[in-house]
Design a protein around this ligand. Structure first.
Ligand code: MTE
Ligand code: MO
Length: 322
């Protein structure tokens, strides 16, 4: 068996997952936010994170990946209490507070469009479709913070090859789950749901593009996009759709949530690029969450340091195609 049920995990393993932030820590955070040079500090929404409930299943027999960075991993508590998941609210602490009751089983992902073998995969099929790897990736949000996460999954191309895209397929459109009854929290964001994203076909087929089913040795917590999401490490975080329910191979560039909401700030390509500032956030530096003083400020690298994707953009003006 690949998955061990949460009930099988001894309490000693579960306890460290329960994270409680105290008020003192919040006050220290607030003081630092006040001192920041950023107009809208990326940590500003992180008030008092709710406890993270341990209902995760352990994922075993993970292969090590050559794509993993050896940089220090961000502590689990940051990655599970400081989130963007607009369907569950606009503040960083909202998803961990509001997504607890989100039912992610049973789950399936419908894959269609320009493919020879359209197919709906159950979550169980997704978990077994290819050997699970641990991939420790840098993950950079356009708001200027970054994390290093041991994700679990396999290259998206493994799934794509099964459905056999036709010669007409040039882009891939991804769609998140949306039910306003379960997710009434996203209204204030003004975004159009369901959340959609897209990649050019060659980007989606790059081995770094990860179909992700877990992190830190376990299935994904709801606030991180359970039960299955994308992780595109060379692009800003908003390209990495959470709680994926539909994938379509299409001929034309698909409409995407953030690009439709605010095109000058959120381009379709969204490659991490320190030389192209966002109107609100300089992209030259990032705050690596988890260190002292809410994280060290470090230089942001082109393609988030994933130089192996540069060939995908040969001959393109990446200032225009931001
Ligand atoms: N469905 C959905 N997916 C989403 C988002 C969202 O609001 N809804 N936010 C995106 C953004 S802006 C970021 S930075 C990452 C954050 O992922 P994390 O919370 O696991 O770090 O998820 C992305 N995927
Ligand atoms: Mo983001």
């Amino acid at each position: 068996m690949l998955i061990k049920k949460a009930g099988d995990i001894p309490h000693s393993e579960v306890t460290p997952r329960r994270v409680y932030m105290n008020r003192r820590k919040f006050l220290v955070g607030a003081a630092l936010v006040g001192a920041t040079p950023f107009a809208a500090h990326p940590l500003a929404g992180w008030l008092s994170p709710a406890p993270v409930l341990a209902d995760a299943a352990k994922l075993e027999n993970l292969l090590k990946s050559p794509y993993s960075t050896r940089e220090p991993q961000t502590p689990y508590k940051y990655v599970t209490t400081f989130n963007n998941f607009s369907e569950f609210g606009a503040d960083k602490s909202d998803p961990s507070k509001n997504a607890g009751k989100f039912q992610t089983s049973p789950w399936s992902v419908a894959v269609g469009g320009e493919v020879d073998k359209p197919r709906t995969f159950t979550m169980d099929e997704i978990l077994k479709l290819a050997p699970l790897e641990e991939r420790v990736y840098r993950h950079r949000c356009v708001e200027g913070w970054s994390i290093v996460v041991p994700w679990i999954g396999y290259s998206f191309s493994a799934l794509a090859k099964l459905v056999q895209p036709t010669s007409k397929a040039r882009f891939v459109a991804f769609q998140s789950f949306y039910d306003p009854k379960v997710m009434p929290f996203g209204k204030s964001t003004g975004l159009d749901f369901p959340y959609t994203e897209g990649l050019r076909l060659d980007e989606a087929m790059h081995p770094l593009a990860l179909l992700c089913v877990g992190m830190y040795g376990e299935s994904l917590p709801n606030q991180d996009g359970a039960p299955v999401r994308m992780v595109i490490p060379w692009k800003y975080g908003f390209k990495s759709v959470k709680s994926l329910v539909q994938i379509r191979f299409v001929t034309r560039q698909p409409s995407t949530t953030w690009n439709a909401a605010n095109p000058p700030e959120y381009g379709f390509y969204a490659n991490v690029n320190p030389t192209v500032p966002n109107p609100r956030y300089s992209q030259a530096m990032e705050r690596r969450l988890g260190g002292p003083f809410l994280g060290e400020r470090i230089n942001t690298l082109m393609f988030n340091g994933y130089d192996q994707v540069a060939g995908l953009y040969a001959g393109m003006d990446l200032r225009k195609n931001y």
